[in-house]
Design a protein around this ligand. Structure first.
Ligand code: NAD
Length: 454
């Protein structure tokens, strides 16, 4: 039996030892999910809606428990973890309206009637990363369930605890046994078995672009459709005509939230050259003001990195001779702590190119709008980004020109469950969230019914 130690990143204590499943367990899970899906899809739409609302209520009743679990498994600050558990509830509630709204179309044709049906795919495989274990899983399982599917979630090895609990809560809320299952295991074992299993009709993968490429290759062997939510290296573009105080005060939260372990992190700040000195003057105290510490404290804004291995990877980007402009603070002692770090490297440096996935941001300058757009797009990624300007026309020109899926103007907001989310270029394929997400978990069936002449 293979096991994994689940470690609290703030204390380095082992909080649980978990058995990792093997590929045989995936066969059993798919068989159970297939039976549960038939029961689920046969329920009246209003009944499925009611059960999903019940699941949302059950999650709400366990919000504190789920948040505490995420604090100890992932090191997320308690305020953030509480929001995450509440967000799962919100996503379920939002998609609970979908079963009664999954309409097909009636298309005018000669000789009869043509109608379309949005049929459930069947069993959906969901593979998640460790950075937002609950929310990212919910973005897939809530609309997939709403569309009449069963869902098997393979959580990241380091952070499986909240998703294991959510699957238990689904059963206690009255969802058919086996409809939503959590399968802890290695990516190349359980994840791979899900992708290649003939009983799994679609895979939603969120993780790195390197692994996503492999997932797409494996899925292609059986023409299994995929949604891919991959990496990012997003730009925060600050123009001279912006509210510079607000741009500088909020910039730390655009990149250091969740200790920078955020696919949407604005990890490249691009500042118009004429205001660079003033921006850095304002940015330095803002970075120093980020409260890094015990995730259980309500006042904490940033916790530790998720693991020792990840701490080593992030640290490798900040060697002793790194071009550090300034840094924030972090606790010493046990825990995978890393202070918010601001670098001013050359444009060709790997810190400007690679997704570091930690609290490290680079600052570069640009001369004009054209150069800002060119720099923002000089990356294989295209997930997110921010534009700071008081000029509405410029804001619209630049948002249309930046090749990324989720942009915000004078804000760092990326994710709302009611709006679509996903990446351009190597940041992914497909969209999650928003009103159309349940349709991503259906197949369109077209039916023509001949009508005989009288
Ligand atoms: P990762 O790619 O290492 O792992 C993601 C998941 O894939 C894990 O569950 C892992 O076990 C599994 N996996 C690994 N090898 C596999 C294989 N051969 N077959 C099937 N599954 C396999 O990513 P990570 O380090 O957990 O997460 C960080 C990455 O996720 C970053 O690149 C980040 O940008 C990305 N991310 C993207 C989004 C988005 O919505 N675009 C959101 C969050 C994170």
């Amino acid at each position: 039996m293979t096991t994994i130690d689940i470690v609290n990143p703030a204390t380095e204590e082992t909080i649980s030892v978990l058995e990792l499943l093997d590929a045989t367990a995936v066969d059993e899970a798919v068989a159970r999910a297939t039976s549960a899906q038939r029961i689920w899809a046969a329920l009246a739409p209003a009944e499925r809606a009611e059960r999903l609302r019940g699941f949302a209520d059950t999650v709400a009743a366990h919000q504190g428990e789920l948040a505490d679990l995420e604090v100890s498994n992932s090191g997320h600050p308690i305020g953030q973890a509480t929001w995450e558990a509440g967000h799962v509830r919100d996503v379920l509630e939002y998609y609970a309206t979908a079963p009664e709204r999954l309409s097909g179309r009636q298309i005018p044709v000669a000789g009869g009637i043509d109608i379309t049906f949005a049929e459930p795919i069947g069993v959906i495989g969901v593979i998640t990363p460790w950075n937002f274990p609950m929310t990212i899983a919910a973005w897939a399982f809530a609309p997939a369930l709403a569309a009449g599917n069963a869902v098997l979630v393979k959580p990241a090895e380091w952070t499986p605890l909240t998703m294991l609990r959510l699957a238990e809560l689904a059963v206690s809320a009255g969802l058919p046994d086996g409809l939503l299952q959590t399968l802890p295991g290695r990516g190349d074992v359980v994840g791979d078995a899900l992708i290649t299993h003939p009983g799994v009709g679609k895979v939603v993968f969120t993780g790195s672009t390197a692994t996503g490429t492999r997932v797409m290759e494996r899925a292609a062997e059986s023409v299994t459709p995929v949604t891919l939510e991959l990496g990012g290296k997003s730009a925060n573009i600050v123009f001279a005509d912006s509210d510079l105080e607000r741009a500088a005060a909020t910039a730390p939260y655009g990149v250091f939230d969740n200790a920078g372990q955020d696919c949407c992190a604005r990890s490249r700040i691009l500042v118009q050259r004429t205001v660079y000195d003033r921006f850095m003057e304002l940015f330095e105290p803002a970075v120093a003001g980020v409260t890094v510490g015990d995730p259980r404290a309500e006042s904490t804004e940033m916790g530790p990195l998720v693991s020792r291995a990840h701490w080593e990877k992030v640290s490798s980007y900040v060697p002793d001779d790194a071009p550090v402009a300034f840094r924030g603070s972090a606790p010493t002692g046990p825990g995978f702590w890393f202070p918010p770090t601001v670098l001013t490297p050359a444009a060709s440096d790997r810190t400007v190119r690679d997704e570091i996935f930690g609290p490290v941001v680079t600052v570069q300058t640009f001369a004009d709008e054209a150069e800002a757009i060119a720099l923002a797009n000089d990356t294989p990624y295209g997930l997110s980004g921010s534009i700071w300007t008081e000029n509405l026309s410029r804001a619209l020109r630049v948002t249309r020109a930046v090749a990324a899926g989720n942009l915000s103007v004078n804000s760092h907001s990326s994710v709302r469950y009611s709006t679509p989310f996903g990446g351009f270029k190597q940041s992914g394929i497909g969209r999650e969230l928003g009103p159309d997400a349940p349709f991503a978990f259906t197949e369109t069936k077209n039916v023509f019914i001949a009508v005989a002449d009288a």
